[in-house]
Design a binder for this molecule. Structure first.
Ligand SMILES: NC(=O)C1=CN([C@@H]2O[C@H](COP(=O)(O)OP(=O)(O)OC[C@H]3O[C@@H](n4cnc5c(N)ncnc54)[C@H](OP(=O)(O)O)[C@@H]3O)[C@@H](O)[C@H]2O)C=CC1
Ligand SMILES: CC(C)(CO)C(=O)C(=O)O
Length: 337
């Protein structure tokens, strides 16, 4: 075990966790970790008063549970520094990360990014580098990405509805797109999640894992908004199904352009997975219906740019992205009227 990992492990026999964004995903995983006996601190926004008074309620396919007391904060400056900072905001809020993330880092903290999309760990690494350059000493901060195969919604104040799945695929972020290997810190965090009943897969190639997740998110999140459809409708209509497949093929081309080889059979696996799902309103569709900004930069723009920088155009994904940008802007312009 590396000395940083030993430090990480010894200083705090039990790791402490900060949940930055107590929503559908952060509320679910944070509550599961606390239920398993870990110390968890939750940054809460609109429902802070309710969560402070009444805790969190998780209505789950795996069994409902209530946490009557949670460590809730409405201001990150009142939170203790934690061993693991879990980024669980929507990526549309990531411009707030310098203010939200940096105050809770301590010597050798790990940042665990559980958001969908591409380029997020790079953004976090740049924020941390700037912080260090400005004279702050926070030691070596590991950045780990997690791809969450989860269907969860926040349905009320402190109320999370977990509909299906929950597995997380973890991979370490390395500069220069090297493969990360399996860091000791990652194994320790994985053990905590597994003790909370969350299945974990460890990956030595985070970039590949992120592109594989996009094989699902690009077609289904995008088309669910543009076509106003659930996953079931997209799968049963032959025209939309064709479009889903074409978009998946383009994601594979994008991945290949950055040396991430996703086997063709993976498309069939994703289609089969979706056929077996309950009809699902994707998170992007929920955001659209709620007139919230869509995660277009992380899920679409960063993928298009990565491929474009290698001379590869992805015209169907680009076309979908342009339509989504139109709808997103109109939706939010109308929302503020
Ligand atoms: N939900 C799911 O099943 C899955 C989600 N993901 C990804 O996980 C990420 C999070 O998504 P999800 O949990 O669904 O989104 P939610 O909108 O449910 O959760 C985000 C949370 O962040 C909080 N928040 C936003 N801004 C601030 C702020 N300034 N200070 C404190 N809290 C803030 C929001 O507060 P408030 O409650 O007040 O809005 C909200 O509770 C996304 O990248 C998504 O794509 C990935 C796989 C599955
Ligand atoms: C694919 C899905 C719905 C669950 O497997 C998911 O993880 C997501 O919404 O990003």
């Amino acid at each position: 075990m590396s000395s940083a990992a030993l430090n990480f492990f010894n200083v705090t026999k039990n790791l402490t966790y900060a949940i930055l964004g107590t929503g559908a995903l952060g509320g679910f995983y944070g509550a599961k970790l606390q239920q398993a006996g870990l110390e968890v601190h939750f940054l809460v926004r609109s429902d802070y008063e309710s969560v402070r008074r009444n805790g969190l309620f998780v209505e789950s396919v795996d069994g409902d549970f209530r946490l009557n007391r949670v460590n809730a904060y409405c201001d990150v400056r009142n939170m203790p520094a934690c061993d693991v900072a879990i980024v669980a905001l929507k990526t549309t809020q990531n411009h707030l990360l310098p203010d939200i993330l940096l105050p809770i880092l301590k010597e050798n903290s790990t940042v665990l990014v559980l958001q969908n999309g591409l380029g997020i760990e790079e953004e976090v690494a740049a924020i941390i580098d700037r912080y260090k350059v400005s004279g702050h000493k926070i030691g070596e901060t590991k950045i780990i990405g997690g791809l969450c195969f989860l269907c969860s919604n926040k349905v009320g104040d402190g109320h999370i509805r977990h509909l299906a799945y929950g597995k997380i695929n973890l991979g370490e972020h390395k500069n220069n797109s090297q493969h990360g290997g399996i860091a000791d810190e990652m194994q320790i965090i994985a053990n905590d999640f597994e003790s909370a009943g969350i299945p974990i897969e460890l990956s030595s190639d985070l970039l590949l894992a992120r592109w594989k997740k996009l094989v699902w998110n690009i077609p289904y999140n995008g088309l669910s908004v543009v076509l106003d459809a659930t996953t079931e409708e997209l799968m049963t209509n032959p025209n939309s199904l064709e479009l889903v497949k074409e978009l998946m093929h383009e994601v594979l081309r994008g991945a290949k352009s950055v040396e991430c080889d996703i086997p063709l059979e993976f498309i069939e696996t994703m289609l089969e997975h979706t056929r077996n799902m309950h009809p699902y309103r994707t998170s992007m569709k929920i955001d659209y219906d709620e007139k919230r900004p869509l995660e277009l930069t992380a899920i679409f723009s960063n993928a298009l740019q990565a491929a474009f920088s290698r001379g590869v155009n992805l015209p169907k994904i680009r076309c979908l992205y342009q339509q989504l940008q139109f709808l997103d802007l109109r939706n939010r312009t109308n929302a503020v009227k």
